[in-house]
Design a protein around this ligand. Structure first.
Ligand SMILES: [Fe+2]
Length: 203
């Protein structure tokens, strides 16, 4: 009997009707990464190997309407997540409130973190070179496992303390925002491009 289940939602957009959206987003992310001097400067000063728009462009839909299209897609996917995981939203809907670009260069990584002030978070990968890293989720009970034995390496994936997901172009992941995750080191060549996002319940 599974108890206190943590659910991670995964969808593959490559090869679906959203495939061209992935292509257009990738093109736009790369263009903005070149043009956004403020974001490039912030990334450099903060040791981000690559580029993030997180601190420079609060609404990407202002920079390119393709991000408005992405919002619509993500709102739909979040509704599927909410339905599948039986969230009680009081008749209200989940809406994207923030989107940001992450362009990770080789040797780049992102340490363990969670996303505050939101209900759901996620990532959509638009360019994934080989060996460019995994998104590794951490068991949210880890902090209270004072005397718990580790799990066997052969234990089922959902029983492991850390669960790595290897993305491909078009992989969309969604999870509840309190869940800790980290990006392991990009060991490949060429930039890995992804879009991070947070959703909240509409007011
Ligand atoms: Fe994150």
């Amino acid at each position: 009997m599974p108890a206190f289940v943590t659910e991670i939602y995964k969808a593959e957009l490559a090869g679906t009707s959203a495939d061209s959206l992935v292509t257009r987003l990738d093109r736009s992310c790369r263009r903005i990464a070149v043009e956004d001097q403020e974001g490039r400067q912030w990334s450099k000063l903060n040791g981000h190997l690559g580029y993030t728009s997180f601190n420079s462009l609060p609404d990407l839909a202002d920079a390119d309407e393709v991000f408005a299209e992405l919002k619509t897609t993500l709102d739909y996917q979040a509704a599927l997540y909410a339905d599948r995981t039986q969230l009680e939203l009081g008749g209200r809907k989940l809406r994207v409130k923030r989107l940001w670009i992450n362009l990770l260069e080789p040797n780049g990584a992102q340490s363990s973190h969670l996303h505050t002030h939101s209900v759901l978070s996620g990532t959509l990968y638009t360019s994934v070179p080989e060996a460019s890293g995994k998104l590794r989720f951490e068991d949210p009970r880890l902090g209270v496992m004072m005397h718990a034995p580790p799990r066997l390496p052969s234990a089922r994936l959902y029983r492991q303390t850390f669960i790595p997901v290897i993305p491909q172009r078009g992989t969309l992941l969604l999870w509840e925002s309190w869940l800790r995750q980290e990006e392991t080191t990009h060991m490949g060549t060429g930039p890995r491009v992804s879009i991070g996002f947070n959703l909240d319940i509409e007011t």
